[in-house]
Design a binder for this molecule. Structure first.
Ligand SMILES: C[S@@+](CC[C@H](N)C(=O)[O-])C[C@H]1O[C@@H](n2cnc3c(N)ncnc32)[C@H](O)[C@@H]1O
Length: 161
């Protein structure tokens, strides 16, 4: 499931990637394996516990940077990522904070960068697809592809021209 999601990003190997809310690092692992042409992945997570787990699991990789921080107060520079991965993070964030977080993530993208997202959509565990689309729209992002599954929504967003 992680591997397929990362395959779908279509990384070429030299990109700067942010794994926002990297957790225990499963996406980070598959991303790092794809970045064999000088690319780097930053595993950002606010949780000390999950950062520890991810660091331990990925210690063999030289192209992974770890940042333990909330994205809103992180030291990451604006305009520095080709790809930002948001995998099962947004639905965990309080509704009122989602817009601010997405605006912040969009600022971290390079001009031609994109966000690759997947979120659960079940009522008991997830968020409505319309809310994701509205938030992205408000952040100035256009949906270039999407897949609506039974319990999961996947999509790519680029800056609107
Ligand atoms: C459900 S886990 C998903 C982990 C991973 N992305 C995956 O797909 O397996 C959500 C993660 O997002 C992190 N997170 C939530 N809000 C965050 C924020 N504002 N800044 C950074 N990380 C955050 C949590 O600590 C948690 O590790």
């Amino acid at each position: 499931m992680y591997r397929k999601f990362v395959e779908e990003i279509g990384l070429e190997g030299g990109e700067d990637v942010l794994d926002f809310g990297a957790g225990w690092g499963d996406n980070t692992f598959y991303i790092a394996r794809k970045l064999f042409k000088g690319g780097r992945v930053t595993a950002l997570d606010v949780s000390e516990q999950w950062q520890k787990v991810a660091r331990r699991r990925l210690k063999g990789f030289k192209n992974v940077d770890f940042v333990r921080s909330d994205v809103r107060s992180s030291p990451l520079k604006d305009g520095s990522f080709d790809v930002i991965v948001v995998s099962y993070v947004l639905h965990d964030i309080p509704v009122k904070e989602r817009k601010g977080i997405l605006d912040d993530l969009v600022r971290k993208l390079k001009p031609d960068g994109f966000i690759q997202l997947r979120e659960p959509t079940r009522k008991q565990h997830g968020m409505p697809i319309n809310e994701i689309r509205n938030l992205m729209n408000q952040a100035g992002m256009m949906e270039s592809s999407s897949t609506v599954g039974r319990n999961q929504f996947k999509a790519r967003y680029s800056r609107g021209k």
